[in-house]
Design a protein around this ligand. Structure first.
Ligand code: PRX
Length: 668
């Protein structure tokens, strides 16, 4: 076993300086790092002044009972007021808050801040009429339509914590979340549009209700938005429970006075899957969370709220949608794009068309999307004028250097910095990222913690590793948007995040990371994804990046499979770019393409990382948020029966992979 916690193998020499004009007018400059480090609480107090407080706080942080924090103690505020009303009061009511684009062509709505205020107030009044009181939980299960944002803000306005369940989740997933947080009301729609067709949502709510009822828990009301107009059938409507949104919201009063809540009042619960057991309900509270979202959205995207048009392609059902569609951007009063559908509908390039049409200047998406566009080829984005873009962001998983460079070059016309933002559902807002006007870009690296945040890479003992080494990523100081607990399970909160480095009092993120020779951070993915080859801990991400840097490769996933000689051996699953698809037909062991890729990894990283096996596949198994499910690939690599596929976005993918493999490739 080598001494290092995680081997540091891949090197990357490309650098991109911040554009001069951006640097000259940057929201944050280099001095902020030192200022924040010298007085973190003072720095966060300054950021808290971005919000409008009903009662100012007396104390920035109470950390007397770690790991349970209280931020902005004694402060009172209303999150919806901060996201909507205050912009109207400041005379910006006519500004567009949301350019909404439905998937069917021509189906659009522009919503101003004044209209949003009225709609949120109506929905708040309707929820109160349905019996929702402060502290009651409301579940939201909606497609990407404006009502999703309205519903979240209406809940925030009356102090009813929301739990948004991604519209692609099944009735089982919905039922377990409804039960766990005891949701009183569910807000849903008849359906939504995806890939050119209306897809139903309401029936899943009916099924979930039946499932929770069987365990003794009854949802009281279901509020239904009519989106597609599809037939719900005779069984599909229960007069005692179901109400139409247009019946109760449209006619409600647009006057609603927001009440100020304690800074620590629960804002929402977001479920995230754990490695084992039931999903964890991550609890975020009002003041600190909103400060974190508003500050990071302003600093990391160098936001100029007067002129920028912002677009984050995440679904509101994920934390990225919560922090960087709803709470951050709206607290900052920006104009943003909200798109209902998929990037390929009605044709490839829909996203680039939207950027051209609406002159989007800040664009935030995920590496998995970027790699799928690389696969299709650059002709598609090249058809559009995207010169309005000035900053690009990436989130959700490590971005391979090659995908980063493609993103910057093809989408950003080589003008735009790319901010690779590392954070988690638990952290609530961005923790590690370049600042676009300050930090040079280094493809594949999230660089260093933003001002106000303290991170480290440590070894098993919790000692910081030197530059050039790998280890565990930890956050060493509390931060305002940190999760406060796991809903209903304080002990699980302590055990999951704070027990590994209890002595030091560090938050353990569960990710592996390396510090390069400059001390910049490279997040290498979950430590569970690390493999051990002949005593070297190799990161799957590094080998994947090496594969993706080969011109024929679009995407790669690497897992460790048991090996008699080396403990574990590297097994790679590779998708070729569309132009090289022909080579996939004859891609078994010993084929040219497999030999070529093996040689490439050997050259890029070294013999230790050479894959024992490379399988050319048509697709990779991904969760609905785009993360590769390596567990299933490990099953394939180790010839086991394939495990639970219910959380896959497309459960037929594993069949495709197995079929492809029975065709050509075999073991060494
Ligand atoms: O493993 C890291 C990866 O995604 C995890 C958090 O996932 P989730 O809670 O679903 O939140 C996604 C949106 C923030 C992290 O523990 N991850 C996220 N961003 C990055 C990343 N890995 C590397 N680089 C990133 N920029």
């Amino acid at each position: 076993m080598s001494d290092e916690t995680l081997s540091n193998l891949l090197t990357e020499d490309r650098r991109f300086e911040p554009p001069a004009d951006l640097a000259a007018a940057a929201n944050l400059t280099a001095e902020a790092y030192d200022r924040a480090a010298a007085d973190p609480e003072g720095f966060w107090a300054e950021q808290a002044d971005r919000l409008t407080w009903d009662t100012r706080w007396d104390q920035v942080l109470d950390w007397s009972n770690p790991p349970f924090s209280k931020w902005f103690v004694g402060g009172r505020l209303n999150a919806a007021y901060n996201c909507v009303d205050r912009h109207v009061e400041a005379g910006r009511g006519d500004k567009v808050a949301i350019h909404w684009i439905g998937e069917p062509a021509g189906d659009t709505r522009d919503i101003t801040y004044a209209e949003l205020k009225d709609e949120v107030s109506r929905a708040a009044n309707a929820l109160i009429d349905l019996g929702v009181a402060t502290g009651d939980r409301v579940a939201i299960y909606l497609p990407m339509i404006p009502e999703a944002i309205v519903a979240m803000l209406a809940c925030a306005r009356i102090g009813a914590p929301h739990t948004v369940v991604f519209g692609g989740f099944s009735s089982d997933a919905l039922a377990s979340r409804l039960t766990d947080c005891q949701a009183k009301v569910v807000i849903t729609a008849d359906g939504g549009y995806r890939r050119g067709a209306a897809s139903a949502l309401k029936p899943a709510v009916d099924e979930a209700r039946a499932k929770t009822a069987a365990t003794g828990f009854e949802v009281e009301k279901v509020l239904v938005v009519r989106r597609t107009g599809q037939d719900l059938g005779e069984q599909g409507w229960d007069d005692a429970v179901d109400v139409w949104w247009h019946d109760v919201v449209d006619g409600a009063s647009p006057e609603h006075t927001p009440e100020a809540f304690d800074a620590e009042h629960p804002l929402y619960v977001m479920y995230t899957s754990g490695t084992t057991g039931k999903p964890k309900g991550i609890l975020h509270t009002t003041g600190g969370y909103l400060v974190g979202c508003a500050y990071t959205h302003w600093a990391v995207f160098d936001l100029k709220p007067e002129t920028d048009v912002y677009w984050c392609t995440a679904d509101v059902g994920w934390v990225t949608g919560h922090s960087y569609i709803v709470y951050g951007p709206l607290a900052n009063g920006v104009t943003q794009v909200l798109y209902e559908g998929t990037p390929e509908t009605p044709e490839k390039g829909r996203w680039w068309q939207i950027i051209e049409d609406l002159k989007v200047s800040i664009f935030y998406t995920a590496p998995t999307a970027i790699r799928s566009f690389m696969k299709q080829g650059r002709e598609i984005p090249d058809r559009r004028d995207m010169s309005s873009l000035r900053i690009l962001g990436s989130v959700g998983e490590p971005i391979n250097p090659e995908a980063y460079v493609w993103y910057r070059h093809v989408i950003g016309g080589d003008r735009t910095p790319v901010v690779d933002t590392w954070w988690q559902t638990e952290t609530g807002s961005i923790m590690i990222s370049p600042l676009p006007g300050v930090t040079h870009g280094k493809p594949g690296s999230a660089m260093i913690p933003i001002p106000g945040v303290s991170a480290e890479v440590v070894d098993e003992e919790g000692t910081p590793v030197p530059n050039g080494s790998g280890g565990y990523l930890v956050l060493t100081q509390p931060w305002p948007s940190m999760l406060r607990t796991i809903w209903g399970d304080d002990q699980r909160y302590v055990d999951t995040y704070w027990s590994r480095f209890r002595k030091q009092g560090y938050y353990f993120a569960g990710d592996g990371s390396k510090k390069d020779s400059d001390g910049d951070l490279w997040v290498l993915g979950r430590v569970d994804d690390v493999m051990n080859v002949s005593g070297h801990r190799l990161s799957t991400t590094e080998i994947e990046s090496a594969l993706v840097s080969h011109p024929k490769v679009a995407e790669a996933a690497v897992v460790g499979a048991k090996d008699e000689d080396t403990g574990q051996a590297v097994c790679a699953f590779v998708i070729l770019r569309d132009e090289f698809r022909d080579e996939a037909d004859d891609a078994g062991e010993g084929s040219d393409i497999v030999a070529e890729l093996r040689g490439h990894v050997r050259k890029e990283i070294g013999p230790i990382a050479t894959p024992r096996q490379i399988m050319i596949v048509p697709e990779l198994p991904k969760t609905r948020s785009g993360k590769i499910m390596r567990r299933l690939l490990r099953d394939v690599a180790e010839h086991r029966e394939i495990g639970d596929v219910t959380t896959l976005a497309d459960s037929s993918v594993m069949e495709l992979i197995s079929q492809g493999l029975s065709g050509g490739s075999s073991d060494d």
